[in-house]
Structures are given as structure tokens and as C-alpha cells.
Design a protein around this ligand. Structure first.
Ligand code: ATP
Length: 392
């Protein structure tokens, strides 16, 4: 097998990377490529470095249409400085038979002899380069000849360069410029929705009427009404406690989006994004809708904001160390104006006074009810109980 290995900061991944990747796949007839976001780039200081999780997610979105490409979290999991030689050693153990093609742009290629343990890298992989700007190819070929004289194997791509860089994209975004044509459209949305590189998630044009129409169709009337009530309540709590009212509204409106699907559909969505994290959840159909929702929201409504996705996912089980928005949605669901259980007024007052006290109180009730009905607690709920000092 010919295995391409394409590492980079991907902060963010852009059309230059995708163009390079497509050309490598075709010209070198690679069977597979691992796209590996670095944890900490050793070659250049990282500016405005988005979290590994964000960069990984953006890579996944950008290569969705390339079935031969797999995004790997190998360097992110390894932590610390990401030395290519360590990655190659690790991959060699995993894929002893494959021929490795180390893919890169011309700028990186010209520095390869300065990389950590460069000789070992040169002996382990075919080193491949593609020009980043017009007129660069000649210099790359000359340098490739020098490397070949030392015994290295190289491949220089025949490439029409696209002169774009992550630095330029970050700079343009922070000055309010339009970068829509430089990145995949969904990566563009991801950046805007998650407030990366100086964007404001609040200012993203959330398509509220589309979300509203979607739940009106998907949900039964009472559930639809409940969703509207939770959205309103979430805005009130967000205003009171300093969370984003816009994100609170969207998360509140959509928190039950999968509630009226069949169990089979819910499980399919949950499993698509590997959200069923413990076996016990298979026996708890009352929780499936919250685990199905992140996948549905991503794929169908293009909602990529991680805060919203987590708030929706954890509105049933909760978890330890919830974010402000997660707490807002968890409580809004409990005290929205359509709720009419006996102590709801008391709970509403508590929620206005202190979110944590209200969460603790609700947890005490939840644990008692689950115990009485013989329903097990999920690991997330148990962690949350520990955090709030609630016996279970
Ligand atoms: P930054 O501007 O932050 O330094 P970058 O645009 O160079 O980022 P990286 O993630 O550092 O992107 O690059 C990963 C790999 O992709 C490197 O080998 C780089 O040379 C190559 N590359 C990046 N942009 C292009 C491009 N426009 N054309 C060809 N190769 C590119």
C-alpha cells in the first residue's frame, strides 16, 4: 500500500491544502492518506493557534468528499512538540508493509534537513513536495537532486500553485475580511460559529427561521411548544448569568430536535458520531434523543458550534464541569414556563438565585427518582453528583 502522510498545523485547513492533497492522491496514485494535525508545530511558532479539537474538526469537514483521506489525532493525543520522526516511527509499527510518502509544500521541503532526526526521516519515507507559488518548482527540483545524491527518495509534484496560507486567512478574518473563497464553505461556517481567529459567534447569521421550521415539522405540537419555551427561558438565564443569548436561544430551540424520531433513527445518529460512550446507554432509550442531536444538527442543519452541540448533548444526563451554556440549557429545560411539576416555582426561584444550587437540587431529585424506578445512573451523571456532593 502507498500511504501518504500529510502533517500540518491546519490552523485552519484551506483550499491550498486540499488542492495539494488532491494532486498528491492523483499523481502519486496513493491508496490512502493520513491527514495529521500537529499538536505543537516544532518548525514554526504558532500564532492564534485554535485548539486541537477545532483544527481536527475542521480537517474532517474539509476532507468529507475524499474517501481515501483519514484525519488522524495521533499527534494531538501524543501531546507536546510534534516531531515528524516520532510520528513515522509510530506509523511504521502500525503499518510495517506500507511505503510511506511524506507530503508537504515547497517551503517545508526546503527545510527538511533541519528537522529533528532528519536522516532517519529521509530513510523512512519518500519525501514529496509541491510548489506554493509560481516559479518555485525549479528550486524544488534542484534541492530534490541534492537529497537524492545523499540517498533520499523524493517526488516533486507538477502543480499549479494556489498562493494561500493559514496566516493570510487568520489575518483577513481578524480584520473583518471575507475569506469564503479560500476555505471549504463548511469550514468557513465552523470558524464563524465557533468564534475562531477573532470572529464573534454571536454575530454569525444563525438561520433561526430554518431551525424553527425544522422543529415545527419534526416535533409534535406539545414538544414544539416546549422547545419555544426552553429557548425563551434559556435567553433569560443567559442574560442573567452572562452567557451568549444568541447561542442560548439556538441551543434551547433545538435541544429536543430528535425527540420524536424512532428509537432506531436516534441510535443511528448517535452511533454515527460514536456518542454512545458506555454500554448502559443502549438500555436507556429516554436519553437517545440528546445523543442523536449533535450528529443531526451537524449534518442536517450545519450547526458546528461546539458549545451548542455539547449543551444539547448533555441536557439530559448533565456532566461534571459543565460550561455556562450547558448549565443554562440544563436548567432552562427544567424551569421553562410550560413545566408544571409541584415544586417548579421553587426551582425557578432557585435558578434565578444560583445556577449551581438549582442544579444540585435537581440532581438530588433526579437521583431519588432514578433509584426509585430502578434506573441506573450514567457515568456522566455520577461524575456530576461527585462534583456537586450529591450522594448516589
Ligand atoms: P501558516 O500560514 O499558519 O504557516 P500554512 O498555510 O503554511 O500555515 P500549514 O498547516 O503549516 O499551513 O501547512 C501544512 C502543509 O501544507 C505544509 O507542508 C505546507 O507547506 C503545505 N501548504 C500550505 N499551504 C499550501 C499551499 N497553498 N500550496 C501548497 N502547499 C501548501
Amino acid at each position: 500500500m502507498k500511504l501518504g502522510i500529510f502533517g500540518g498545523t491546519f490552523n485552519p485547513i484551506h483550499n491550498g491544502h486540499i488542492h495539494l492533497l488532491g494532486e498528491y492522491l492523483e499523481q502519486l496514485r496513493l491508496d490512502r492518506v493520513l491527514l495529521i494535525p500537529t499538536n505543537q508545530p516544532p518548525h514554526k511558532p504558532a500564532q492564534q493557534l485554535a485548539s486541537g479539537e477545532h483544527r481536527f474538526n475542521m480537517c474532517r469537514i474539509a476532507v468529507k468528499g475524499m474517501p481515501q483521506v483519514e484525519v488522524s489525532d495521533l499527534e494531538l493525543r501524543r501531546q507536546g512538540s510534534s516531531y515528524t520522526v516520532d510520528t513515522l516511527r509510530q506509523l511504521r509499527r502500525q503499518y510495517p508493509q506500507d511505503t510511506f510518502y511524506l507530503l508537504m509544500g515547497g517551503d517545508m521541503f526546503l527545510t527538511i534537513e533541519q528537522w529533528h532526526d532528519a536522516d532517519e526521516i529521509l530513510s523512512m519515507a519518500v519525501i514529496c513536495a509541491g510548489a506554493r507559488s509560481p516559479g518555485e518548482s525549479e528550486g524544488l527540483r534542484r534541492y530534490a537532486a541534492q537529497l537524492a545524491a545523499k540517498g533520499a527518495k523524493t517526488e516533486i509534484l507538477d502543480l499549479k500553485p494556489i498562493a494561500v496560507s493559514s496566516t493570510r486567512i487568520r489575518g483577513a478574518i481578524s480584520q473583518g475580511g471575507d475569506t469564503a473563497r479560500l476555505v471549504d464553505p463548511q469550514v468557513y461556517d465552523y470558524i464563524g460559529q465557533n468564534g475562531l481567529y477573532g470572529c464573534q459567534a454571536d454575530q454569525y447569521p444563525w438561520d433561526l427561521s430554518r431551525y424553527n421550521q425544522t422543529i415545527e415539522v419534526l416535533l409534535k405540537p406539545r414538544r414544539y411548544h416546549h422547545s419555544i419555551c426552553v429557548a425563551k427561558e434559556a435567553v433569560g438565564l443567559a442574560r442573567r448569568y452572562g452567557a451568549s443569548t444568541q447561542l442560548a436561544y439556538v441551543a434551547g430551540l433545538l435541544h429536543d430536535v430528535c425527540k420524536n424520531m424512532t428509537g432506531e433513527e436516534q441510535l443511528q445518529w448517535a452511533q454515527k458520531y460514536a456518542i454512545i460512550s458506555e454500554k448502559i446507554l443502549f438500555q436507556m432509550p429516554q436519553l437517545w434523543h440528546s445523543m442523536a442531536a449533535p450528529g443531526y444538527l451537524r449534518d442536517v442543519l450545519n450547526i458546528q458550534n461546539l458549545e451548542i452541540l455539547n449543551a444539547v448533548r448533555y441536557h439530559t444526563t448533565g456532566r461534571a464541569n459543565m460550561s455556562l451554556l450547558e448549565k443554562v440549557i440544563y436548567l432552562a429545560d427544567l424551569v421553562s414556563e410550560d413545566r408544571d411539576y409541584p415544586d417548579v416555582e421553587q426551582m425557578r426561584q432557585l435558578a434565578c438565585h444560583s445556577m449551581d444550587e438549582a442544579i444540585k437540587e435537581s440532581l438530588v431529585f433526579t437521583v431519588k427518582n432514578l433509584r426509585q424506578s430502578g434506573t441506573p445512573l450514567t457515568l456522566d451523571t455520577m461524575d456530576m453528583c461527585r462534583q456537586y456532593g450529591v450522594a448516589f
